[in-house]
Design a protein around this ligand. Structure first.
Ligand code: ADP
Ligand code: MG
Length: 359
């Protein structure tokens, strides 16, 4: 088992700084996900942990032992790590059994031990009955599980997974999430998982590290990240949200453009950004809502109603609500809306362009 501590890690390729003062600790046995848009530095961070890249500055510790620092550099093969990449490479000419056994056979582990360990891991990934097949006789998902088994067979202290499910179809991706979690529990290892898929991160992680342009935005449990996002980028990246600008003061927020207000007892005053998650908006009776508007578009999706409501002045809010709570929704209908919860972030005076950071 191993904890991982990343201290002030910065990585530059030439003049491009792709990780900027990265600090985080991943606890023993924890499932941590690095989540962020493509190009934000996730793979680079994983490769630094693995020892395939050296940080430009800062250090990486496994437990209390430095594996990368100004003075120390432990080679990847000495780090006791298993790793699976997006483009999982399994050897096409070897059977599943031999693919998985390979990391042990090159270490000259005795045959009986190899058999025991390979069988345990093949059982864990549900591939026992395919042990004598070659990869071309397996589906994509099964091949990915071969790669996973091979990464686990030497019983590493730390498993690094870089978008391991992104080449699989949606249904398989979902079932593999459960399998990876179960395997982690069985082996009791620390997992650092990389993905740009927020649902995957929410479903699997004990904690999520949200990264944008090489900078950590927030570290927290899925619930903390979702219910208490540190800034508009996080709020936007995880879950659905719509932003409105406004001005806070006197127990309320006056929303720009539409002349409507929301009750607000929080600490901010002056210009703010209000983030409203569509599932936090409910239909209300006339006189009981916070907001009102007319339905601009409406999609009945069976399990939910998804509408965009025009608040006036070009502002709108999205509502994802129980379709049984309202019938006869149609474009043009007037709605009263209660906002159960919303997020408020400070906004620099005259900063009309905060949306730029969202993309
Ligand atoms: N070896 C390299 N040389 C130069 N630039 C690189 C190298 N590896 C990654 N980068 C750049 O670093 C940034 C982060 O890349 P990466 O860590 O792969 O992001 P992610 O995995 O989040 O998509 C990107 O802009 C990428 O082009
Ligand atoms: Mg990547």
């Amino acid at each position: 088992m191993a904890s991982v501590t990343i201290q002030h890690v910065t990585k530059a390729f030439g003049t491009a700084v792709v990780l900027d003062d990265f600090n985080a600790t991943f606890e023993n046995g924890e499932f941590v996900t690095l989540l962020g848009p493509s190009g934000c530095g996730k793979t680079t961070m994983l490769r630094i942990i693995a020892g395939f890249e050296k940080p430009t500055a800062g250090s990486v510790l496994f437990d209390e032992r430095a594996v990368s620092s100004g003075k120390v550099f432990v080679q990847p093969e000495k780090r006791d790590i298993g790793m699976v990449f997006q483009s999982y490479a399994v050897w096409p000419h070897m059977t599943v059994y031999d693919n998985v056994a390979y990391p042990l056979t090159i270490k000259k582990v005795d045959k009986a031990t190899v058999r025991k360990k390979v069988e345990r891991v093949l059982q864990a990934v549900h591939l026992m009955q395919y042990a004598q097949r070659i990869p071309s006789q397996l589906s994509g998902g099964q091949q990915q599980r071969v790669a996973l088994a091979r990464a686990l067979v030497a019983e590493p202290a730390l498993l690094l997974l870089d978008e391991p499910l992104s080449n699989l179809d949606a249904k398989l991706r979902e079932s593999m999430r459960f399998e990876i979690k179960e395997i982690q529990r069985e082996y009791g290892i620390t997992v650092v998982y990389v993905t740009h898929d927020q649902t995957e991160a929410m479903a699997m992680s004990d904690r999520i590290v949200i990264i944008n342009r090489g900078v950590i935005q927030q570290v927290g449990t899925p619930r903390e990240i979702y219910t208490n996002p540190a800034n508009p980028f996080v709020a936007d990246f995880v879950g659905k949200i719509e932003f409105l600008e406004g001005v806070a003061g006197d127990g309320r927020i006056e929303l720009d453009g539409c002349g409507q207000t929301l009750p607000y007892a929080g600490p901010l005053s002056g210009p703010v950004i209000v983030g409203i998650r569509p599932e936090q908006v409910q239909y209300a009776a006339e006189g009981e809502g916070d907001l009102h508007g007319t339905v601009r578009t409406h999609f009945y999706l069976g399990d939910v109603d998804d509408c965009r409501v025009d608040l006036g002045g070009g502002k709108e809010v999205r509502v994802i609500a129980d379709p049984y709570a309202s019938t006869g929704l149609a474009a043009g209908k007037t709605l009263h809306l209660k906002v159960r919860h919303f997020h408020v972030f400070p906004r620099a005076e005259g900063d009309a362009d905060f949306r730029k950071i969202l993309t």
